[in-house]
Design a protein around this ligand. Structure first.
Ligand SMILES: NC(=O)c1ccc[n+]([C@@H]2O[C@H](COP(=O)([O-])OP(=O)(O)OC[C@H]3O[C@@H](n4cnc5c(N)ncnc54)[C@H](OP(=O)(O)O)[C@@H]3O)[C@@H](O)[C@H]2O)c1
Length: 172
């Protein structure tokens, strides 16, 4: 289960999980659900219509990309020995996560991802094999980067926004 699946991290998370053979449920807003199906989500849930923690389903892994899932209710939606990953944890979630991981079979994993060469090589292989591809919403030239930020700040982009650089016009 990927919560906030339609953004930059989520669209990769959906595809990476699928490449491992996982059955993926993607949660995001109405306008992103079709795109999420197109990149391999097996089930989609519209968070504006439905609270995934009340549908009776349980998951092996819940990856909250956006940091807006309910901590206690998400834990209840985890299977025994499940993993609750938080890409954007608050202090309280980090403290409760450590407590939960010590006291139960469910593990809460928080913190920033570190880049490792072997992980990047693995991603490169997935991309070259056509198993994952970036979802690109819009492209802006470097000169219009302020406009690009304004669009991203709306919080509703699908996947990624790309800044294009014309190498002929820039010296580095
Ligand atoms: N831990 C790390 O190593 C690491 C690294 C990079 C970034 N981050 C953090 O990870 C977070 C996500 O980054 P991102 O670039 O993927 O963001 P993003 O592209 O803005 O994606 C967030 C997604 O969550 C959706 N969303 C918003 N509210 C939601 C809710 N209540 N329930 C479910 N989905 C909701 C948004 O869709 P709608 O707006 O359409 O609802 C959007 O599709 C950021 O906070 C960033 O700071 C962590």
């Amino acid at each position: 289960m990927i919560f906030g699946a339609g953004g930059s991290i989520g669209t990769f998370a959906v595809q990476i999980a699928r490449s491992f053979g996982a059955d993926v449920t993607a949660v995001d807003s109405t306008g992103k659900l079709e795109m999420l199906r197109s990149i391999g989500a097996d089930q989609v849930i519209d968070y504006t219509q439905e609270d995934f923690t009340t549908n009776g389903e349980t998951y092996d892994v819940i990856f909250d990309v956006v940091g807006k899932s309910s901590f206690p209710r998400s834990l209840r939606s985890l299977k025994p020995d499940g993993r609750y990953l938080l890409a954007n944890p608050g202090l309280s979630q980090m403290v409760r996560g450590r407590w939960t991981s010590r006291r139960s079979s469910k593990q809460v994993i928080t913190g920033a991802a570190s880049e490792k060469t072997e992980d990047l090589k693995f991603l490169k292989e997935l991309i070259e094999a056509g198993k994952i591809k970036p979802v690109i919403d819009r492209r802006y030239p470097l000169e219009h980067i302020a406009e690009a930020h304004r669009y991203v700040d709306t919080g509703h982009k699908k996947g990624n926004v790309v800044i294009t650089v014309d190498h002929k016009n820039h010296t580095w």
